[in-house]
Design a protein around this ligand. Structure first.
Ligand code: DWN
Length: 407
């Protein structure tokens, strides 16, 4: 199930849905089109049916320049039983440490924390008694909320909405890591934030930064979960119609480049810290990304075809959401890519959405030693390469982002 997106979720600019009569400037501007694709995390076992395919098109708001998908897939379809689990990698733990330190720089009041989109509670477990006494999670994935509650991280299983958060007490810190861009109704989101915060609360919103996507050619972060591709201007437009303002901004390398917006309530005694604004070249940047996407898909297809002609065996590493986007954009199946190695139990012994390439455990790479391996978890490549010492001796890595490269 999906619906057509008809209002910019940042500045609320009303534009006409496809097929209706409208003036040229009141329509979202199409900037990147990946055709029709399966849901990026719809990893299913042999006897399970997939959720189907959906349009994957990025449009740009002509007013605030927020890039956003043309359709919205029902969140219950996407998240009730979710395959993505927060990484336990050293890369992620270093990021948690840096983010926790930056939160503590911005606030002295840190007894209670709510995390929206808390997944299996990994980040909250990191923050518990370090320094937060009270932690609470909120996540719509029943399978992940069960894990979090089982490990002693109290987690409300449901979407973060006004209706669901009324019962919550105000928290000193509210964190939303890589969840805001998954949310359709930002007006409801900001009102919900107001309900769960007090006058001096700190809100910490981490999202992929669209300029890092442009600079790293990471068009593979476009999939049905990512309804919006955040810019500083879009957050400013949203805050302008809310009771929050941007206190400060910090950028991080995690997930291919992310930005954290530290928000505070209007009227807070803490004064905002000046930050650099986006230069507005969004239309040209997205059009360049779209052109680069075409070239990169052709490059990977022709590289894999050449390797197969030479009789080489090609596998992949990291059954990421990004891998699903690549595999479907290239039209690969198990004929081209034998399997994908992955350390997520929820994904192992399933099949990649659309390509039906089997997902196997990490150990398969050393056991099988293919000639080449495409790392679709390119954002963790250094850490992955460092641990796959046997494969490094005999095989070749292919890293597809920011450009298709044989390492
Ligand atoms: O917004 C989102 C981002 C934050 O994470 C979610 N919508 C979905 C998800 O995107 P992703 O699936 O592209 O995320 P990752 O974390 O880049 O995926 C990495 C994949 O690689 C995971 O399936 C785990 C796997 N992996 C592995 O097998 N061995 C990762 C590491 C570091 C490893 O050592």
């Amino acid at each position: 199930m999906f619906k057509h997106h008809t209002h910019c979720r940042a500045c609320n600019f009303a534009f006409s849905a496809p097929g209706t009569k409208c003036q040229p400037n009141d329509r979202l501007i199409p900037v990147l089109d990946l055709g029709v694709q399966p849901l990026a995390n719809d990893f299913r076992r042999e006897d399970e049916t997939c959720e189907g395919h959906y349009p994957l098109k990025v449009m740009l708001c002509p007013r605030c320049k927020l890039a956003q998908l043309s359709v919205v897939v029902d969140p219950k379809t996407l998240y009730s039983n979710y395959a993505y689990v927060t990484s336990h990698s050293q890369t992620m733990m270093r990021h948690f440490d840096e983010l926790r330190n930056d939160i503590m720089v911005e606030t002295t009041v840190a007894n209670s924390v709510l995390e929206i989109g808390s997944n299996d509670g990994t980040f909250l477990a990191f923050l518990k008694n370090n320094p937060f006494e009270t932690v609470l999670g909120c996540d719509p994935a029943e399978n992940l909320a069960k894990i979090a509650n089982g490990r002693g991280i109290p987690t409300f299983c449901g979407l973060f909405t006004v209706e669901n958060c009324d019962c919550q007490k105000a928290k000193d810190v509210v964190i939303a890591r890589h969840v805001m861009c998954h949310i359709d109704d930002w007006t409801d989101f900001m009102v919900s934030l107001e309900r769960v915060t007090h006058d001096e609360s700190l809100v910490v919103i981490e999202v992929p930064y669209y300029k890092d996507m442009i600079n790293r050619n990471s068009w593979d972060q476009v999939y049905a979960e990512h309804l919006s591709y955040m810019s500083i201007g879009a957050m400013e437009a949203l805050c302008a119609r809310s009771s929050f303002h941007i206190h400060t901004i910090k950028k991080y390398g995690i997930h291919g480049g992310s930005v954290v917006f530290f928000l505070r309530k209007n009227g807070s005694v803490v004064k905002p810290v000046p930050y650099a604004k986006d230069e507005d070249q969004a239309l040209g940047e997205w059009q360049m990304l779209s052109d680069n996407k075409e070239d990169m898909v052709l490059e990977l297809k022709s590289l894999v075809a050449d390797l197969r002609t030479q009789g080489k065996r090609v596998a992949a590493y990291g059954a990421s959401a990004k891998s699903t986007v690549w595999l479907n954009a290239c039209g690969f199946t198990a004929k081209e890519i034998s399997y994908i190695c992955d350390n997520t139990p929820q994904k192992q012994y399933t099949f990649s959405p659309g390509s039906n390439i089997p997902v196997l455990c990490e150990g398969m790479l050393t056991a099988d030693l293919p000639d080449c391996c495409i790392c679709f978890a390119w954002n963790f490549f250094q850490e992955i390469q460092a641990k796959e010492v046997i494969f490094n001796k005999t095989g070749k890595w292919i890293v597809p982002v920011p450009s298709v490269k044989v390492m």
